[in-house]
Design a protein around this ligand. Structure first.
Ligand code: FES
Length: 142
């Protein structure tokens, strides 16, 4: 890494990302992007009838911090209820990664937004309501 500001956990999740891929017929999928850097993140959720997230995969076309954030975020939502997943903030993702350089904070925000967008898609499909969940700013699923 060029500036030594990345934690070992960030480097680990960047070089060996967990849960990369797609889920066929996902319960919810969310795609978000950051207009400034042009990076895009898509998260797929497999949610069972009890509202528990059984599987989560991601595809990120973006920087190393975005890859590490999505990898960590997918690990964090697995096994959680949709309400618990809703409450995972980018701050929690950053803490789990032992921090990110300040200029990379928006990368972890992308992970939070992608989870929310995927949960929103799930709610639209199933008529479920998740407290505090709002429609994604821009839906770029298509
Ligand atoms: Fe944009 Fe990391 S630089 S997501």
């Amino acid at each position: 890494m060029y500036d030594g500001e990345y934690s070992d956990k960030v480097i680990d999740h960047f070089t060996n990302p967990r849960n990369v891929g797609e889920i066929e017929n996902p319960s919810g999928v969310g795609t978000v992007g950051n207009a400034k850097c042009g990076d895009i993140m898509r998260i797929f959720l497999d949610i069972d009838d009890d509202g528990i997230i059984r599987d989560c995969k991601f595809k990120t076309f973006g920087c190393g911090a975005a890859v590490a954030s999505s990898s960590m975020a997918t690990e964090m939502v697995k096994g959680k209820s949709v309400q618990e997943a809703m409450e995972i903030t980018n701050k929690a993702v950053m803490e789990a990664l032992d921090g990110l350089p300040v200029v990379k904070i928006h990368c972890s925000l992308l992970a939070e937004e992608a989870i929310h967008a995927a949960l929103w898609d799930y709610c639209q499909k199933t008529g479920t309501k998740i407290d505090g969940l709002k429609a994604p700013k821009a839906d770029i699923n298509d």
